[in-house]
Design a protein around this ligand. Structure first.
Ligand code: KIV
Length: 265
């Protein structure tokens, strides 16, 4: 399989071909997702919640993201690896933003994702792209803005709000993003923005008309059990699988059934 690049995604959009993205945070989960043919593997800052047990994505820093980025990059040969730049890793000033983004590329990411759109974010995006760092935008509900948005709220609910997201998306497009995640917006809004942009959109709860779809793998595999977003689909039950394997192992150790003759030197 050929490596997925920003050109592959551009072609997908031109040919009206859907593409897939899933999050991963460790080498072997990334390897299996890669083997399944998923196009983009996102080292999402969702890992703060689904892998580290924090309440929001705010608690993860750039040093932790670096460790998980390296682990994922070690497992992937086909998919495009994109790392989420965590809260406050790109806000202090342009030079630290570019350094932090560039460090993820040095560790094996093929791009970075940055949330929001304002003059500063546009400048960071432009400067990253000029430095050879592909940038994915993220609009609609942006979890790092949870406190200023006032909670987990659907965005782009009326025409005016959808127009504002489109305005921001166009500015990001001009600044050089290669794609834009649209999170938690009505399907009509996702469609409207997708039809009016030349870069691909990626839906995270933005409906069926975006160019690609992204989900958190722990939701897809049924591992994260705190809540299930309406827009996520659970394809497996890793929670039960882990629970059953651990129970069986615990019983076998305690009953003397493990280790067996074949499992000793
Ligand atoms: O952090 C994350 O996993 C994300 C996606 C689900 C879009 O940003």
């Amino acid at each position: 399989m050929k490596k997925v690049t920003i050109n592959t995604l551009r072609k997908y959009k031109e040919n009206n071909q859907k593409f897939s993205a899933l999050t991963a945070y460790d080498c072997y989960t990334a390897k299996y997702i890669d083997q399944a043919g998923v196009d983009i593997i996102l080292v999402g800052d969702s890992l703060a919640m689904v892998a580290l047990g924090y309440e929001t994505t705010h608690s993860i820093g750039v040093n932790e993201m670096a460790v998980f980025t390296k682990a994922v990059a070690n497992g992937v040969s086909h998919a495009m690896v994109v790392t989420d730049m965590p809260f406050m890793s790109y806000h202090i000033n342009i030079s630290s933003a570019i350094k932090n983004c560039g460090d993820m590329i040095k560790l094996g990411a093929n791009g970075v994702k940055i949330e929001g759109c304002n003059d500063y974010i546009l400048e960071v995006t432009k400067r990253c792209v000029e430095a050879g760092i592909p940038v994915m935008g993220h609009l609609g509900f942006t979890p790092q803005f949870l406190n200023t948005l006032g909670g987990y709220k659907i965005q782009g609910k009326d025409q005016e709000a959808a127009d504002e997201i489109l305005r921001q998306a166009k500015k990001l497009e001009q600044a050089g993003v290669f794609s834009i995640v649209l999170e938690m917006v009505p399907e009509d809004c996702g469609k409207y923005i997708t039809e009016n942009l030349s870069v691909p959109t990626i839906s995270c709860g933005a409906g069926r008309y975006c160019d690609g779809q992204v989900l958190v793998s722990d939701d897809v595999f049924g591992k994260f059990s705190e809540f299930k977003p309406k827009f996520a689909r659970k394809y497996g039950d890793m929670q039960s699988l882990i629970l059953n394997c651990a129970k069986q192992y615990n019983e076998d150790v305690k009953s003397g059934n493990f280790p067996s003759n074949d499992e000793v030197f």
